[in-house]
Design a protein around this ligand. Structure first.
Ligand code: TA6
Length: 280
């Protein structure tokens, strides 16, 4: 892998390239903002992540699109701001010339967040790029003297041309919590999930690789270490109320998030947890 330090909309970033593929990761949030796999033609070698034209790059908020790192809290399931603080803090590049890695330490967490989550930790994001695959591994290490618990996710915004043509295959048989309908519990019976209207679900015990299909195009999504998969699209109405999305942007992405949400991780002193999402 070739690694170059660069800037992305004014943010410090790292550009990774290998065998005709490329990815860009900003230090703000260790946020993957672009992934273009190699391909025999333009149809396959094209941007695979959605990034909003109204995304904010001033460091004040999470970037809308790409792959936000959610840690140490998913959603509003705790005292921290929604989805925790990792996506809004500056990470440090901790890789070398060939291995891309980013690190966030608790010393970066300022008050009042630190008081709300007073734990000593290192979070690392390792990014491995292949010609047609992107592998993201989130690692969390407890550096303190007491156990802590956390939840986490890789909140990937996968680009689609038309939400009406996109289906997510492979969730059949999984139980899910329906966040768009009061957190009710269900079992998925269908092989294909379609995105008609708001979909916001936390699927549990996802083991098989999933496939995002749109026409002839396929993107496979695997996860390891993360037991849950969150699927999200705001639909037209909610999409129009999200300030950093254009009114029609909901048509152009599906979030398929590898997560540890329903059952937080309990990490003992000295222990390391890791979870991986592979796109390709
Ligand atoms: O992962 C799904 C979700 O929690 C949705 O409920 C939705 O709110 C989305 O994340 C985006 O959250 P954000 O804070 O980035 O606007």
């Amino acid at each position: 892998m070739r690694i170059e330090h660069t800037a992305f909309h004014g943010l410090d970033a790292v550009r990774i390239s290998v065998d005709g593929a490329s990815a860009v990761v900003t230090l703000h949030g260790a946020h993957v903002v672009s992934w273009i796999p190699a391909g025999p033609d333009e149809a396959r070698s094209r941007e695979r992540l959605f990034l909003s034209g109204k995304a904010r790059f001033d460091g004040s908020a999470a970037i809308r699109g790409g792959v936000p790192v959610i840690f140490p809290q998913f959603g509003e399931r705790g005292a921290l701001p929604k989805h925790g603080f990792a996506r809004t803090l500056p990470w440090r590049y901790s890789g070398d010339d060939e291995n891309a890695a980013f690190e966030l330490r608790d010393s970066e967490v300022q008050q009042p967040l630190r008081a709300a989550w007073p734990h000593a930790f290192i979070a690392r994001l390792r990014v491995v790029l292949g010609a047609t695959r992107l592998k993201l591994t989130l690692e969390v290490e407890n550096l303190g003297e007491h156990a802590f618990d956390f939840s986490a996710a890789l909140h990937s915004y996968l680009r689609v041309d038309d939400i009406d043509q996109a289906v997510l295959q492979g969730l059949q048989g999984c139980d899910y919590e329906d966040s768009a309908n009061g957190g009710t519990l269900h079992r998925e019976h269908d092989y294909e999930l379609r995105f008609a209207g708001e979909i916001d679900r936390i699927y549990n015990d996802v083991v098989a690789p999933l496939c995002l299909a749109e026409g002839e195009r396929r993107l496979f999504i695997e996860q390891q270490g993360f037991p849950d998969c969150v699927t999200w699209n705001p639909g037209a109405q909610l999409g129009a109320r999200i300030g950093d999305l254009e009114a029609d942007d909901y048509r152009r992405f599906v979030c398929v998030e590898a997560g540890q949400v329903l059952q937080p991780v309990v990490l003992e002193p000295g222990e390391v947890w890791e979870g991986t999402q592979i796109l390709g």
